[in-house]
Design a protein around this ligand. Structure first.
Ligand code: 5GP
Ligand code: ZN
Length: 117
């Protein structure tokens, strides 16, 4: 069911503390941790603690939680002292989504080209 932890989900395991991660922020409903394969000097993932498969599902199933995730992207950028940064939700394998638990990438600390590749 939407929102329930999934046994086979990497990010649910990070939320449960079963897989280690470098956590930079945590709230009642979200966790922010450093990406294991950083693409910029700051590359942090912000996830809802509840399992939703992607950003669209999160927005439809739990809009307040989607707002919590967005608010946390700003908080991460502030903590990392980023004036400019990019928030990315890869949605679907064709767009590069590899983990099927909604997450926002917060990227910054270098110039970011637009449009992206
Ligand atoms: P996606 O490609 O789904 O948008 O993003 C998934 C992200 O999760 C990737 O940037 C990848 O590097 C990151 N990732 C995958 N496995 C782990 C892990 O075990 N720990 C952490 N911290 N990040 C991970
Ligand atoms: Zn999950």
């Amino acid at each position: 069911m939407a929102g329930e932890p999934q046994d086979d989900c990497l990010f649910c395991k990070i939320v449960a503390g079963q897989i280690p991660a470098t956590i930079v922020r945590e709230t009642e409903t979200t966790v922010a941790f450093r990406d294991i394969n950083p693409q910029a000097p700051t590359h942090v993932l912000v996830i809802p603690k509840a399992h939703h498969k992607d950003a669209g599902a999160l927005a439809a199933e739990a809009p307040q939680l989607a707002a919590d995730v967005l608010r946390e992207t700003r908080a991460v950028a502030d903590e990392e002292k980023l004036d400019s940064y990019r928030t990315v939700f890869n949605t679907g394998s064709g767009a590069g989504q590899t983990v099927w638990h909604a997450h926002a990438h917060v990227l910054g600390g270098r110039g970011l080209e637009w449009p992206p590749g």
